[in-house]
Write a protein that binds this ligand. Structure first.
Ligand code: FAD
Length: 169
């Protein structure tokens, strides 16, 4: 039988707010591309790696998404989630149990990320923009991002690279 045996939920909460000098609070549906642009406009460094990673904050936390030597683990301050008893809980970085492209939310699939506070650092706008452009250009050279992707097939190790399968339409 085709399709998904279950329900598909599109998270439509995506507010982003600056909490203080170095912290951004965002809801799980906020796009990583939008978040990294807001960080840039507020001269906050730490989110440059997320430029060009397709997807939203909730999925990125669940996956501990990363690139260019940085991952969500490096910038998460707090995560607020709905647990399996429908209680809202807030946890610190350590309690997310981040590992390579994994977190507690991958293990406990009934827990849904609602929002998170990201802790960045004050930076220089030109340098942040330069890093974002470098990352994006490197991605464009290596990945045909205008084509559908079947995702990564292999785990990245020190000597091996991710292999993503693309299909020409
Ligand atoms: C062209 C391309 C390039 C990519 N490059 C990278 C890369 O450089 N680095 C990288 O790490 N990944 C990369 N990815 C993989 C993927 O896009 C990212 O990991 C992304 O962060 C996943 O977010 P998403 O919103 O697409 O999540 P989805 O694919 O929608 O979800 C991922 C998982 O998280 C779960 N989930 C989603 N939202 C929540 C929530 N709120 N609470 C709990 N669980 C949730 C979903 O059920 C699913 O199991 C790439 C993918 C493509 C297609």
């Amino acid at each position: 039988m085709d399709g998904i045996r279950g329900i598909t939920i599109k998270l439509d909460f995506k507010n982003i707010e600056i909490v203080d000098e170095i912290k951004i609070k965002a809801e799980a549906g906020a796009l990583l591309s939008k978040l990294s642009n807001i960080a840039l406009n507020n001269e906050l460094t730490g989110l440059e790696f997320a430029t060009g990673i397709p997807g939203a904050l909730g999925g990125a936390i669940r996956m501990n998404a990363g690139a260019y030597g940085m991952e969500m683990k490096d910038i998460i301050d707090k995560v607020t989630y709905l647990d399996e008893n429908l209680e809202i809980k807030t946890i610190g970085n350590e309690e997310n149990e981040f590992g390579y492209r994994i977190s507690r939310f991958a293990k406990n699939k009934k827990e849904i990320v609602i929002s998170a506070v990201l802790k960045l650092s004050k930076g220089n706008k030109e340098e942040i923009k330069l890093k974002m452009d470098e990352n994006m250009n490197s991605r464009k050279q290596k990945q045909p991002i205008d084509m559908p992707s079947a995702g990564s097939a292999f785990k990245r190790e020190n000597r091996f690279y991710n292999c993503r399968a693309y299909r020409q339409m």
